[in-house]
Design a protein around this ligand. Structure first.
Ligand code: GRF
Length: 199
């Protein structure tokens, strides 16, 4: 599944939960046409469902439990060290629910991607589906973006929109958005890999 590709971009995926975006990215990276290799997963949550996905994929998964660190800086230093030890070229945050320090983010210029369940710059932060419903939005969606030190900030690579339907709940809307997330992240990854290859 996780076949070695010579000269491929070495990708790490950071996650905190069930890991469905990670699975989708892994499936995409497994395509021999995609010049990338999924070399490391890192989670900050020892009970994250995504850990089982890594086992099935046979991708090493490091648990770096944020609760064991005194400060964000100390946690981020450990994260940074693990990524550099694995010679990672590109980091994809996929449901990684930790704010990263500016020092960490600035250490990976244009090498750090995130997926967010809203049409950025709308609804940075949490409860995006509820907030879209509360605002009476007719469309909602997701964004894959390069990360900058401000939370959920940075140039957007891909956005996908979904309709908001009468009677939607945060859960029904989230289900519609996640389908698009699974399309958006592989698409964004292809665009970023192409840009890296062109530079
Ligand atoms: C996704 O909706 C992602 O955009 C958000 O958290 C959710 C993670 O889902 N930040 P999964 O763990 O990838 O299934």
């Amino acid at each position: 599944m996780n076949a070695k590709k010579s000269g491929a971009v070495r990708i790490a995926i950071l996650f905190s939960g069930r890991g469905s975006n990670m699975q989708t990215l892994a499936n995409h990276i497994a395509d021999p046409q995609v010049n990338a290799e999924f070399v490391l997963a890192i989670t900050n949550r020892p009970a994250a469902g995504g850990i089982d996905i890594c086992e099935k994929l046979d991708v090493p998964c490091r648990v770096i439990d944020h609760k064991k660190y005194d400060s964000r800086a100390a946690f981020d230093a450990e994260l940074d060290a693990a990524l550099r030890a694995a010679k990672v070229d590109l980091i994809c945050c996929a449901g990684f629910m930790r704010l990263l320090t500016a020092d960490f983010v600035n250490g990976w210029p244009d090498r750090l991607l995130n997926i967010h369940p809203s049409l950025l710059p709308k609804y940075k932060g949490l409860r995006t589906h509820q907030r879209a419903l509360d605002a009476g939005d007719k469309t909602h969606g997701c964004s894959v973006h390069y990360m900058r030190p401000e939370m959920d900030d940075g140039p957007v690579v891909v956005q996908k929109t979904v309709p908001v339907r009468d009677g939607d709940t945060p859960d029904s809307l989230a289900a519609r958005v996640i389908e698009q997330e699974h399309i958006a992240y592989p698409e964004a990854l292809d665009m970023v890999l192409k840009k890296m290859a062109d530079n």
